[in-house]
Design a protein around this ligand. Structure first.
Ligand code: UD1
Length: 429
């Protein structure tokens, strides 16, 4: 049988010139889709990006009993005959964020079963904080045969202090609280822009939401309004193109609805010698010939985003000096380092940090994307490397980047996708 795989081929170095329009935020759309489970009214969601993670979440909603239509970047979710209470492993294993359906299902059904996602390339990623919260809301929880079973005679409102400001736990519990009678208070919550966006969606549905600096009060209800909601642009894609635009000789303008949410990255790019100018919804970036070294430490928002750590690491590979990159959100997010080293980067992983000793030039090489943002890092490195880089494992990149090959080509990069059948390349332009 013929086995087809795809790879991305980049001939560097590239000087990128031009404009990028960033599409909708994956990490905002995912919890928003999950939140539609609490309502029987129609939800129209606009600016939905074309990525495999979104396709899987839509498939999950359909399996659970929702009617979902997709027309380009507009997704319409409607009620159907009734919800089933089981989120199957075949979908959860493709998309960890599908555990976000737990909140909506638990608020509506007495007995539900959601497959446990297990670990992934960037760490064990448990969901204990989600489960502790549901327990506080009165659910009896049993984990058996790879599934979480949540049983209750109806969730009740509670005051829940999260052990860590987990993005997913904040979203899951906020969705559940929105359909639970009374006032639920979530403390020590994540304040990522995507969490705010989902709270804005719940508010548009009619839920009363009162946020304060690190907590939120949610007054649940059973009746909701139909919603027509346009999702914010994707800050991680915008950030990735900003980093690409800071490569030597590049000059890129990014059209992005919320430039202020990229402040931590913009600050670090400026520190490295890039010229960054924010003007309304436009961010213009112009790269230094060789960046200055930097120190970054990932942290919950407004700190430096863990999702941009790998692409920034690739950018720092060519600095004049030594940089230190510390990953404090995920336990194992340095898989890209070994691949970057194959391209000539001088990196040393020490516990939760990587020491990046800048080299003058990277060189093209065959490399493999092992996770989504690590894959983006390889593209950044390939754009600045001399010669041909062939990146395999691109299904990881397709999970979270909408049309990245086309966008970079429009900026002048020599980049294309190729299909391989049994290891033989076929041009797939
Ligand atoms: C979300 C984002 C992901 C981003 C991350 C941090 C989506 C779909 N994904 O992931 O792109 O990198 O936020 O900004 O929005 N943890 C626990 N127990 C829990 C929950 C989390 O120990 O119950 C740990 C995780 O293992 C991780 C850290 O907390 O080390 C952060 O996780 P969390 O904020 O929950 O990230 P996700 O929602 O999975």
């Amino acid at each position: 049988m013929n086995k087809k795989t795809k790879k991305i081929c980049v001939k560097g170095p590239a000087s990128l010139k031009g404009k990028v329009n960033v599409g909708g935020s994956k990490n905002a759309v995912l919890p928003i889709l999950a939140a539609t489970l609490i309502s029987d009214e129609e939800s129209i969601i606009r600016n939905v990006p074309d990525m495999t993670d979104i396709t899987v979440m839509i498939a999950m909603l359909r399996v659970l009993g929702k009617t979902v239509e997709r027309n380009g970047s507009v997704v319409t979710v409607r009620k159907s005959d009734g919800l089933t209470g089981e989120a199957p492993y075949r979908l959860v294993r493709k998309l960890r964020a599908s555990v976000l359906v737990m909140g909506g299902l638990a608020a509506r059904k007495k007995n539900i079963r959601v497959a446990l996602p297990g670990g992934c390339a960037i760490g064990t990623r448990p969901i204990d904080i989600h489960l502790k919260g549901f327990k506080k809301m009165g659910a009896d929880i049993k984990v058996s045969k790879g599934f979480v079973n949540l049983n209750s005679s109806g969730l009740r409102s509670a005051v829940i202090n999260l052990d860590y400001p987990s993005v997913g736990a904040t979203e899951n519990l906020a969705i559940a609280a929105s359909r639970t009678e009374g006032e639920t208070v979530l403390e020590n919550i994540a304040r990522e822009p995507e969490v705010e966006e989902m709270l804005a969606f719940l508010e548009a549905m009619g839920v009363e939401i009162e946020p304060s600096s690190r907590s939120v009060k949610i007054r649940g209800r059973k009746e909701f309004r139909p919603v027509d909601f346009t999702v914010m642009d994707d800050r991680i894609q915008a950030g990735t193109y900003l980093i690409a635009g800071a490569l030597k000789g590049s000059k890129v303008e990014i059209d992005f609805s919320h430039p202020h949410v990229l402040e931590a990255l913009i600050h670090k790019l400026e520190e490295s010698g890039a010229d960054v100018d924010v003007d309304g919804n436009k961010i213009r970036v112009c790269g230094p010939s060789r960046p200055m070294p930097s120190e970054i430490r990932t942290a919950p928002y407004p700190g430096f985003p863990t999702d941009l750590q790998a692409p920034f690491c690739a950018y720092l590979a060519r600095t004049k000096g030594v940089s230190v990159v510390s990953e404090e959100v995920f336990e194992n997010r340095f898989l890209h380092c070994a691949e970057l080293m194959r391209m000539g980067a001088d990196l040393e992983v020490k516990g939760e940090s990587v020491i990046v000793t800048g080299v003058k030039n990277l060189t093209g090489a065959p490399v493999k994307a092992c996770d989504l943002r690590g894959g983006a890092a390889l593209i950044i490195a390939a754009l600045s490397a001399k010669g041909l880089t062939e990146i395999t494992g691109i299904s990881h990149i397709e999970r979270g980047y909408d049309n990245i090959v086309h966008i970079l080509r429009s900026l002048g990069a020599d980049i294309r996708e190729e299909e391989e059948v049994n290891g033989e390349s076929l041009n797939n332009d």
